[in-house]
Every structure is written in structure tokens, then in C-alpha cells.
Design a protein around this ligand. Structure first.
Ligand SMILES: NC(=O)c1ccc[n+]([C@@H]2O[C@H](COP(=O)([O-])OP(=O)(O)OC[C@H]3O[C@@H](n4cnc5c(N)ncnc54)[C@H](O)[C@@H]3O)[C@@H](O)[C@H]2O)c1
Length: 315
């Protein structure tokens, strides 16, 4: 199979691309290596992929329809895995127009090009943030998602809606995966697992937003990759599916897990809750289990231990 992976230099994209290459697929990678976080980290991820003969890379911006079209014509991929996006809730409040351009316009470009090509199978990276601040837990795919509380969340919901439209009109097979706080080696430096680990190791204060009782359903990268690969292979008609761990962890407990993994004590700096932050994320994963055979296997203790090992060796 020839699979086009957008965002291939990023955290999740580099792991998905690597897993596809390791099983023998050809990967056409697209990424603009932007500076949302240190581009050197993305270049380093690319180096891993470039060791594989069946990896082809285009440094390109998904907002550029004409250039993407040239890539589609030249490469003629069988499937598309669309992971490129501006991620990050807080940054989306600072720069909503950029989020709209990349996450909505960029997604529309890819849907449009996929439907004009032989790639009739599309996987889209959505997010648990579409659930907003709903109180009912766990979050199920049938829940109302009409009240996103950040521009980022709204762009991801918009992406899902566009996916449905393209499925409806052109019969493209599309699976939207709602990822729940993914962490692990090569993790994003703007996310809590990386940020907190770095601060604790450096003996610097850790900003704890709120009273530490907020909860996140942290999901280990290897589990997520298995879910993404299953979605690529199954070619479901149109589905929206949660990929989480189904075990939310309280912020105070999460900090304790990092303390144990790093053998250091955190210095807590208390901060107010931030706009756009939700109180809890908690995935109902029964649909993923049923349709994708998805079964997360990594506990937070085990996952953070592996993350810290990677961090101490590689960062
Ligand atoms: N990491 C998580 O916990 C999480 C949770 C929910 C959803 N997601 C979604 O999963 C996807 C991957 O996230 P990630 O954590 O790997 O983030 P990431 O930032 O590490 O990866 C995204 C990649 O997309 C690239 N990109 C961004 N804008 C681009 C553009 N205009 N053109 C081409 N490439 C562009 C970036 O350079 C980056 O390498 C994103 O769509 C994100 O919204 C991630």
C-alpha cells in the first residue's frame, strides 16, 4: 500500500509513519516543519523515517492546494492519513485564524484531493477537545458536541463535519479518530507530560493550573498507533471513534507518577485554570473495541517510565 501521511514529522505522525514503513508499506510524508515547537525535533523524527527506502518526503504546507495536487498526481496514494494540524488549545486562542486556515482549509484541501484521486480511504485526526466541558462521563461518540470551548476544538469538529460531507457526497471511506491526550517518546514539548517532566528534572517550579483535581485520559503512543493502523486497514464507511485509555488520571496523581519515574520531587506553583481548559477527559472506548479491536495496554506508570527513559536519553 502507498499511504500518504500528513504531519509525518510530528509526534503521532512520525510514529504512525514508522509503523507503516516497518510493516512494508510505502509512506508519502508531508509536513511543513513549522516552528510551533522546535523544528529540530521534527527534523530528528524525519531522520528516523528517512532510513527507510520506502519513505518519500515532501516539505509542503497543506494550505497550498496546487502544490498538494502535484503531489497527489505524482504519487497517486492508495490511502490518506491526515494528522497535520495546528494543535494546542491555548495557542488557538491567541491565533484562531491560523488554526482555521490549517485545520479547516487544510483538511478541506486534502478531502478534495483525495476524492479526485484513487485514494478512497481517509483517516482524520480529531480530538477529545470536541467534547468541551460536558459533565457526563465517559465521553461517548453519540454525545452532543455542539459546544466546543476553544478555537482548536471548534476546528477539529469542523474537520469532522467536512469529513462526513465528503463521505456523503463522494462515498469516501472516512474514519475520524478522537485522540485523548497522547504521550510517549517524541512527545510534544507543549504538552503536560513533556513540560512537567522537563521542569521536575531541572528542579524548576511546575505550574499547576487549578487545584490539581482536573483529570486527563492519558493515552500511550503505542496504543494510539495500533488504533490508527486498525482504522487505516478496516476502511469503515464513515465513523467517529474515540481512542483513549479509559482511565482518567487526576493532575495531582499525574505529578506524583512523574516524581516516581524521575526520582525527584516537584516544586508546585499554583496557577488559576486557563480559558479553554476542560475539567476532565474520559474516553468511552467500547466503539473502538468493537470496530477496531482496540485495546489500550499501557498504564500511566509504565508509559511515563518509558517516556522519562526516552527523555533522559534523547532530549
Ligand atoms: N497529541 C495529542 O494528544 C493529540 C490529541 C488530540 C488530537 N491530536 C491531533 O493529532 C494530530 C497529530 O498531533 P501531534 O500531537 O502529533 O502534533 P504535532 O504538532 O507533533 O504534529 C503535527 C504535525 O503537523 C505539521 N503541520 C502543522 N501545520 C502544517 C501545515 N500547514 N502543513 C503541513 N504540515 C503541518 C507540523 O509541522 C507537525 O509536524 C493533530 O491533528 C492533532 O490535532 C493530538
Amino acid at each position: 500500500m502507498k499511504i500518504l501521511v500528513t504531519g509525518c514529522a510530528g509526534f503521532i505522525g512520525s510514529h504512525v509513519a514508522e509503523a507503516l514503513l516497518l510493516r512494508g508499506d510505502t509512506v508519502i510524508g508531508i509536513d511543513n516543519i513549522n516552528d510551533y515547537y522546535d523544528p529540530a525535533k521534527k527534523e530528528k523524527n524525519l531522520e528516523i523515517l528517512k532510513k527507510h527506502k520506502k519513505f518519500v518526503f515532501y516539505k509542503e504546507d497543506i494550505r497550498n492546494y496546487d502544490n498538494l495536487k502535484r503531489i497527489f498526481i505524482r504519487e497517486n496514494p492508495d490511502k490518506v492519513v491526515h494528522l497535520a494540524a495546528r494543535a494546542g488549545v491555548r495557542a488557538s486562542i491567541q491565533n484562531p485564524l491560523l488554526y482555521q486556515e490549517v485545520n479547516i482549509r487544510g483538511t478541506l484541501n486534502l478531502l478534495e484531493l483525495a476524492k479526485n484521486s484513487k485514494a478512497k480511504s481517509f483517516v482524520f485526526a480529531s480530538s477529545s477537545s470536541v467534547y468541551g466541558n460536558q459533565e457526563k462521563t465517559p465521553f461517548s461518540e453519540d454525545d452532543d458536541v455542539s459546544t466546543p470551548i476553544s478555537p482548536y476544538a471548534a476546528t477539529k469538529r469542523a474537520g469532522e463535519l467536512l469529513c462526513y460531507t465528503y463521505h456523503h457526497i463522494y462515498n469516501t471511506s472516512i474514519t475520524c479518530l478522537r485522540f485523548f491526550t497522547v504521550y510517549g517518546p517524541r512527545g510534544r514539548p507543549d504538552m503536560a507530560p513533556y513540560k512537567f517532566t522537563k521542569l521536575i528534572i531541572e528542579g524548576k517550579p511546575v505550574p499547576r493550573y487549578g487545584d490539581g483535581t482536573t483529570k486527563r485520559d492519558y493515552t500511550y503512543i503505542t496504543d494510539i498507533v495500533k488504533g490508527v493502523i486498525a482504522a487505516i486497514d478496516k476502511e469503515l464507511s464513515f465513523e467517529i471513534i474515540n481512542l483513549g485509555n479509559n482511565k482518567p488520571v487526576m493532575l495531582n496523581d499525574f505529578i506524583r507518577v512523574i516524581e516516581e519515574a524521575t526520582h525527584r520531587k516537584a516544586i508546585i506553583k499554583e496557577m488559576p485554570m486557563q480559558p479553554g481548559d476542560v475539567n476532565i477527559t474520559y474516553a468511552d472506548i467500547r466503539k473502538a473495541q468493537r470496530l477496531l479491536g482496540y485495546q489500550p495496554e499501557t498504564s500511566i506508570e509504565e508509559g511515563m517510565k518509558k517516556f522519562v527513559e526516552w527523555y533522559e536519553k534523547d532530549v
